[in-house]
Design a binder for this molecule. Structure first.
Ligand SMILES: Cc1cc2nc3c(=O)[nH]c(=O)nc-3n(C[C@H](O)[C@H](O)[C@H](O)COP(=O)(O)OP(=O)(O)OC[C@H]3O[C@@H](n4cnc5c(N)ncnc54)[C@H](O)[C@@H]3O)c2cc1C
Length: 398
């Protein structure tokens, strides 16, 4: 055994770092954080980078600078969990023992699920703002276009911040309008659900912007193949079961996503479920079969829309419940399914969707219509949230 900790956290992203910091504040001293990467990313800014409204450097910090003081950063990759021996197995061959284990390794991108997609986003005509390295390429392709067809796509299945698929599209449309070329550009948005988002108030506001920019919205549809050399996207309508071939000048695609493969091979997902998400109680975030195992964030089998906003609530619930469990007490804090998606509908305005796991509205400030397009919401999303993230959330204070 190379390490042993009271609490071991797998994944030093949004969930892992903010949880480690919060547990530290609640008096947990011996924490190990397993994270293989050198850099920590604030992913919500990727959409702004792809829309030409943020710089790459604003979304990245070194992992060492965000790891809370006193936390043992184990720079390695988890490959498996032995729940009988209370041990995490690492890529290096080492093992880490735990009293309590928290899993938050995020989602895995499945580029190969769509034939030709990986080649297309790495070609001179494709990009994806879901990949940090490709987000600025999105903006360079979108901003240099003066005519032609642009296709934006969202996959079916669980993804990070569902609405983020659309954000660079509105930012680009507003830019093309400013440049006087919007009417020369055909914009197609492909998304798998029956409406543009799924909450009537938000849908109405987004549909208004879609009409304003002249965007063609393909609902119930998804990208099923790409011919990168021929610049042709195959779009299947899952209701009519028909496929349309769309030629494009720029393709901005969001990859299909899933829980990490290595997690699927453990006994932590629900038996027979096969999707790999960690089988926790959706309110207490404690594992349903292993009381010393917990999960939060994108890799947990909670029913909310996956987002950093959801984590603002989950982190506190899990930290308090874990601290109670260490004292032999029952977990009493409950996560209410809250999530949020800020749609950047222009270069200066945002539409906020705040909702629970049933897609019922859940505004932070009751009676304030945050789903209305607003400049204040832009300021909150673009200026305030990044500061709150680096200075409060990652410090376990928000
Ligand atoms: C383009 C985009 C826009 C978004 N916009 C918003 C938004 O506007 N608002 C919002 O609230 N949310 C948004 N999100 C979603 C938000 O970023 C995620 O929901 C959030 O980061 C999830 O946190 P997490 O810790 O679960 O996963 P992540 O933050 O992805 O962190 C997972 C960490 O685990 C590490 N890891 C992976 N595998 C292993 C392993 N085997 N062993 C150890 N460590 C491992 C990874 O390196 C990573 O650091 C957006 C996401 C994207 C991609």
């Amino acid at each position: 055994m190379s390490h042993h900790h009271d609490v071991v956290i797998i994944g030093g992203g949004n969930a892992g770092v903010s949880l480690a910091a919060r547990l530290g504040r609640y008096g947990v001293k011996n924490i190990g954080l397993i994270e293989p990467k050198d850099h920590h990313l604030y992913q919500p800014l990727f959409s702004h980078i792809a829309g030409g409204r943020a710089q790459v450097k604003e979304a990245v910090r070194s992992q060492s600078s965000v790891t809370p003081k006193g936390v043992d950063w184990i720079k390695d990759r988890a490959m498996g969990v032995d729940t009988k021996a209370n041990t995490v197995l690492l890529e290096s061959g080492a093992a880490v023992g735990y009293e309590h284990l928290v899993l938050c390794p995020g989602l895995q991108y499945r580029w190969d699920d769509v034939p030709g997609l990986a080649e297309a986003v790495n070609s001179p005509y494709g990009a994806s703002h879901y990949e940090f390295e490709l987000a600025s390429k999105s903006w360079s392709l979108l901003s240099s276009l003066r005519s032609g067809t642009v296709v934006f796509t969202m996959p079916s299945g669980p993804i990070k911040c569902g609405g983020a698929s659309q954000k660079p599209m509105y930012l680009a449309c507003d830019y093309w309008r400013e440049q006087g070329v919007l009417d020369k550009i055909r914009v197609v948005m492909v998304q798998p659900y029956p409406t543009v988002f799924g909450i009537p108030d938000v849908d109405r506001e987004l549909e208004r912007k879609i009409a304003e920019y002249g965007i063609e919205l393909r609902t119930n549809s998804e990208l099923v193949a790409v011919d990168a050399a021929g610049r042709m996207a195959s779009i299947r309508n899952n209701v009519t079961n028909t496929t349309e071939e769309l030629g494009y000048d720029v393709l901005n695609a969001v990859p299909p996503q899933s829980a990490p493969d290595w997690l699927k091979a453990t006994d932590l997902p629900a038996p027979g479920q096969g999707d790999g998400f960690v089988d926790v109680d959706t309110e207490t975030l404690r594992h349903k079969r292993y009381p010393n195992v917990w999960s939060l964030g994108d890799a947990a089998a909670t029913t909310n829309s996956k987002s950093g906003g959801a984590l603002r609530k989950q982190t506190k619930v899990l930290a308090k419940n874990l601290v109670a469990a260490r004292k032999g007490l029952a977990p009493t804090m409950k996560y209410n399914g809250y999530s949020v998606c800020p749609f950047t509908v222009s270069r200066h305005t945002v539409v906020f969707a705040e909702f629970d796991h049933n897609y019922e509205p859940k505004p932070t400030i009751p009676k304030v219509p945050t789903w209305k397009e607003s400049r204040f919401s832009w300021w909150v999303d673009r200026s305030m949230f990044p500061q709150v993230y680096w200075h409060l959330i990652l410090k376990g204070r928000a």
